[in-house]
Design a protein around this ligand. Sequence first.
Ligand SMILES: C[S@@+](CC[C@H](N)C(=O)[O-])C[C@H]1O[C@@H](n2cnc3c(N)ncnc32)[C@H](O)[C@@H]1O
Length: 254
Amino acid sequence: MAWDPDLYLRFARFREQPALDLLARLEPRTASLIYDLGCGTGGAARRLADGWPQARVIGLDSSAEMLAKAQSGGGRVVWQQGDAAGAAAISDADILFSNAVFNWIADHPRVLPALLARLRPEGQFAFQMPRNYEQPSHTLIADVIAEGSWAGRLDNHLARPHVMKPADYYRCLGPHCADLEIWETDYVHRLEGEDPVFVWLSGTALRPLLGALDPGERPDFETALQAKLRRAYPRGDDGFTLFAMKRLFIYARR
Ligand SMILES: C[S@@+](CC[C@H](N)C(=O)[O-])C[C@H]1O[C@@H](n2cnc3c(N)ncnc32)[C@H](O)[C@@H]1O
């Protein structure tokens, strides 16, 4: 699936806040090798490089488009194309950081302990994932898929609910950690502009679906979804639209 870095960055201020909250949880321990897994356009990787000036910082992402944007932002990060779930390529890391990426990756009970095992003793693994499957932003996409001429064809492209409940992460990571902290934050974003929730989703959850639609179907799909989203997320008299989003944070130390 292709990413559009400029569309993704339309809401940079809001998308960045969870990354800042996660960065703030890292302990200031010495580090010589740090990965930002799924670094996207590279903002958090650059902050990691600033915070640990002695460390080699690798920004790894599967998307050539996102990496090209990251590279254009400069900094001393080494940008690498690769799979964030590919633990075998990682060894002796002191920090694994990942913001809004593992929700795209399946099989957490296998993938996450394998990554944790690639850390040096006392290494830190901090990641955040949206956990919004029951919110209208996601259920309405499923409704539109079920109602149109595209029904049946798009099911495979609907975002899979890879993110588990907090207690499931406690069970799969707890036995391997010296320290494990799990928390959730409900962000309430104050978005500007026309159909801002639709635009937000176009930069992330909708990308695989929009790419799978026939070009002729796309306007009908978009109109149907925009109408539903407008009802679920009405624009206030002040012109802003409130968009609530739950995110799950995990901080693990070996
Ligand atoms: C929502 S963006 C988050 C980007 C960045 N971490 C941030 O906080 O802005 C998700 C990123 O994960 C990347 N991604 C998704 N699956 C991946 C995988 N299996 N391996 C590496 N990167 C992946 C995408 O290419 C995209 O850049």
